[in-house]
Design a protein around this ligand. Structure first.
Ligand code: ATP
Ligand code: MG
Length: 388
């Protein structure tokens, strides 16, 4: 049951509120002044607090300010008597969730409390989700090579510079792109990803720039493209080396002029987008063989970040394995399995052509196939796909 704290110096108000709220099955504690209220807040967690503004000693605003330090996730509903409305409004600016007027109207009281509870639940859920997400996107590894990648991320993230990420399959390019976005000033904006290799060349322009209704046979309604969706945030052009030359020309224009036009449209649309691109191709070779525009290459690659193959940074393998053992156990809801030192050494010696992605798959396979500790025998038997 949700717990509610009432802080008010008037006993009559406290008992009326308590009676109403207990009738709704809330658990209610009372405090007759700010001191006592803060004491209770620091001892246990309340889902909502109702707090009078005018009290002898510490007034409601002061209580609110201190409470936001002690228990920042508890929404405060201020109770204002006649003449303290201005203060109540000020309180909401200082972080109070809402305010009620004295004497409190029964329905309004219950609605406000319910809304505050909903908000508190959402805040907690969002925090848990964010933690989960940033954990799954955490980059582990202490090798010098990865250290240089991390340093580069830190430096470029807060700027608006375009970044071109290169590296082999499964080495962590997408992770680098996410990390740049998360550490940038655009982290509150969207991160929109386009896999240029997965989209047929005749559709990529509409995917990137959108289209107007009727601009081609299957364009039955207007569509907003990824550039527009990413407005205020980051656009991640994955596998950019696989983009058609005609799409390349349009992307180049978008980068030069910060403007796009929907397919079949005639209006220029201003976009504020930071572009991060990635590829596992050697773009210089692609330029040589006329598959990639050199001018686009220079536009995209203001900053180049290369993620080295796992075989060149085997020191990262133990940390990666530990992280994957943990992640997988979390997913399955089990205790993480352990791995014997010789098994770890064996893994460190293998040829990781599929890089970190392959390592993760192998760890998952080992977790499924082994006992509580992954042994050298397990590693030898299951690390490589067994060909019958
Ligand atoms: N340093 C790292 N720490 C933790 N996980 C990592 C790291 N590098 C890669 N991974 C994980 O390995 C997998 C592959 O990484 P990612 O998708 O970023 O690679 P990629 O270079 O974009 O691959 P592709 O070229 O195939 O698109 C993902 O599950 C990612 O979370
Ligand atoms: Mg990728």
């Amino acid at each position: 049951m949700p717990k509610i704290l009432i802080i008010d110096d008037e006993r009559a108000i406290r008992s009326t509120l308590k009676e109403i709220l207990e009738f709704e099955n809330y658990v209610v504690d009372e405090a007759e002044d700010g001191e006592k209220g803060l004491q209770l807040l620091s001892k246990s967690k309340y889902d909502v607090a109702l707090c009078d503004i005018k009290m002898p000693g510490m007034d409601g605003l002061e209580v609110l300010e201190k409470a936001m330090e002690i228990s920042p996730d508890t929404p405060f509903i201020m109770i204002s008597a006649h003449g303290t409305i201005d203060t109540a409004v000020e309180a909401t600016k200082k972080g109070a969730y809402d305010f009620l007027q004295k004497p409190p109207d029964l329905n309004r009281l219950l609605v406000t409390v319910r809304n505050a509870l909903d908000k508190a639940t959402l805040v907690t859920e969002t925090k848990i989700l964010k933690k989960k997400i940033s954990k799954t996107y955490e980059m582990v590894g202490t090798s010098g090579a990865l250290g240089r990648v991390k340093q580069a991320i830190e430096k470029v993230a807060p700027t608006d510079a375009r970044v071109l990420i290169t590296g082999p399959n499964g080495s962590g390019k997408e992770l680098v792109a996410r990390s740049i976005h998360e550490h940038s000033n655009r982290s509150h904006g969207p991160l929109i990803e386009v896999n240029c290799a997965a989209i047929p060349s005749e559709l990529i322009e509409s995917e990137l720039f959108g289209h107007e209704k009727g601009s081609f046979t299957s364009a039955v309604k207007q569509r907003i493209g990824k550039f527009e969706q990413a407005n205020g945030g980051t656009l991640f052009l994955d596998e950019v080396g696989d983009m058609s030359l005609s799409a390349q020309a349009k992307v180049l224009r978008a980068l030069q002029e910060h403007k796009i036009t929907r397919v079949g449209g005639d209006k220029d649309i201003q976009v504020d987008v930071r572009v991060i691109a990635a590829t596992n191709k050697n773009l210089l070779e692609e330029i040589e063989s006329k598959n990639f525009r050199e001018d686009l290459y220079h536009r995209l690659g203001v900053i180049l970040i290369h993620v080295p193959p796992l075989n060149e940074r085997r020191e990262d393998i133990p940390d990666l394995v530990a992280k994957f053992l943990n992640d997988i156990a979390n997913d399955y809801g089990n205790k993480p399995k352990t791995i014997a030192a010789d098994a770890m050494q064996y893994l460190q010696g293998l040829d990781w052509r599929g890089n970190v992605r392959e390592l993760r798959n192998v760890v998952e396979r080992l977790v499924i196939m082994s006992g509580n500790e992954i042994t050298l025998e397990d590693a030898k038997a299951y690390a490589r796909p067994v060909v019958a």
